[in-house]
Design a protein around this ligand. Structure first.
Ligand code: PMP
Length: 436
């Protein structure tokens, strides 16, 4: 909480003004003693991930250069967070959005995009990241849509240079940041922030994490790509891994740029189960609710921290919220039902338990008969196929009885939209009778 007198009272012209300026938070329990360990939580963006930055950066750049015309459809291949960020930006700015996504990514992500008005086209899991990317290219070419090309688009890295990078420099203004730790997906965060640190805080070492079972950078093998920078084949070291959003089955151009610029000091392999464990530990011991790639990046930061001398300052990126992973291994073992321990707590007092009835059962509800006038009107209205009706009820036994009838109405008519009639004197009267 800000101290009173320190309250910002910020107002924004629209949601897009709330992208970025995410907090840097000290880790108090999970780090080794004597180390200044901080995290930057990108879950504080409006759609709760780092990719809100990319989405805004790419769309604004395309508007400026004229690559994106008013009302033109935007299309992108995304594991979810980019699509969710783009869906927010496109909704606010009025562009239709089509997202291609491998069926293996979490269901929450698809639903969120559709909720924000985007269309989601699934691609077979077996065809991996390159499959969804090629589908987006096909669609863009066929329909003349604007393809955002998040993996090659310089506007992605540039947004991170202008925002994430400058925010980090402002949080550690005196060059006191010894290590900055990140993963990579598009490599936009990596390339943009690394460039900013390289310019203004050259002493900061840049640590890049990747899955230990899918060590594309660690393999030292080159990525083959087309002239426009997009990958031409799946990288041979790729294996499926737990960190959604990290390390697709190719090394993106932006990631390769960061390596070529020699921004990267060290590549650290991360074990998937350790990533899950640390994501849970951040939630349960620090109250910081983040996803699996965040737990993975934090694992890399802890590896650095345990070897670093006292007084070292480390900043770790946390790319998104844990809420995006309800249907994934992150929530495995988190039950919907009461655990034994919770049952024990329930049984520790006498009332309101499932294993025995409550001491004083609630009085039986008084039976209320619907008024004959209401019933006969309702029967008449239902029988009249010429006149559509809308039925509603606010509660009570008589309205519940009539409500049961309404389901018969809806079942007996084919298109629900044909039975809306509101307001009329008759329906109002019938409803008020029923509800008395
Ligand atoms: N973690 C998650 C959950 C992500 O969605 C992404 C973006 N795909 C990343 C990490 C990596 O970010 P970037 O694309 O900037 O490399």
């Amino acid at each position: 909480m800000p101290e009173s007198g320190n309250i910002s009272g910020a107002r924004y012209d629209n949601i897009l003004g709330t992208v970025g300026n995410t907090p840097v938070i000290r880790i108090n329990k999970l780090g080794p003693p004597g180390i200044n360990l901080f995290v930057k939580s990108e879950a504080f963006n409006p759609m709760s991930s780092v990719k809100d930055r990319l989405a805004l950066g790419i769309i604004e750049h395309a508007e400026k250069t004229g690559a994106l015309k008013p009302g033109q459809t935007v299309v992108e291949a995304t594991s979810g967070n980019t699509g969710i960020g783009l869906a927010m930006v496109c909704a606010q700015k009025g562009y239709p959005l089509v997202v291609t996504m491998a069926e293996s990514f979490s269901v929450e992500r698809r639903k969120l995009m559709r909720f924000l008005g985007a269309k989601v086209v699934l691609t077979p899991a077996a065809e991996k990241g390159t499959g969804m990317l090629n589908k987006a290219i096909e669609l863009a070419e066929k329909h003349g849509w604007f393809l955002t090309r998040q993996f090659e688009n310089e506007a992605n890295a540039d947004m991170h240079y202008r925002t994430t990078g400058q925010e980090i420099l402002a949080a550690f203004p005196d060059g006191e940041l010894d290590y900055w730790v990140t993963g990579y997906g598009t490599g936009g965060t990596l390339k943009g922030v690394a460039k900013a640190l390289n310019e203004k805080s050259p002493g900061t070492q840049i640590i890049v994490c990747e899955p230990d079972n899918s060590a594309l950078l660690g393999s030292g093998k080159r990525q083959l790509r087309h002239d426009n920078g997009s990958p031409s084949v799946s990288h041979e070291a790729f294996r499926p891994h737990l960190m959604q959003g990290w390390t697709p089955d190719f090394v993106s151009k932006l990631t390769e740029d960061a390596l070529k610029e020699e921004y990267v000091d060290q590549v650290v392999p991360i074990e998937g189960q350790e990533a899950v464990r640390l994501s849970r530990a951040l939630a349960q011991q620090e109250g910081i609710f983040v996803g699996i790639s965040a737990g993975a990046t934090f694992s890399g930061a802890l590896q650095v921290a345990t070897k670093a001398p006292e007084g070292t300052t480390i900043l770790c990126m946390l790319p998104d919220t844990g809420e995006r992973y309800l249907s994934t291994p992150l929530f495995e073992g988190i039950s919907e039902e009461m655990t034994e321990e919770e049952m024990g707590i329930s049984k520790s007092t006498p009332g309101y338990r499932f294993d025995k009835p409550s001491a004083a059962p609630p009085a039986a509800a008084e039976e209320v008969k619907p008024e004959p006038e209401a019933v006969s009107y309702m029967e008449e209205a239902i029988a009249d196929t010429e006149q559509p009706v809308v039925m509603f009820a606010l509660g009570g036994a008589s309205s519940a009885g009539l409500c049961a009838n309404s389901s018969i109405v809806s079942a007996s008519r084919t298109a629900p939209s044909t039975w809306i009639r509101w307001p009329t004197r008759k329906t109002t009267r019938a409803a008020s009778c029923a509800l008395r």
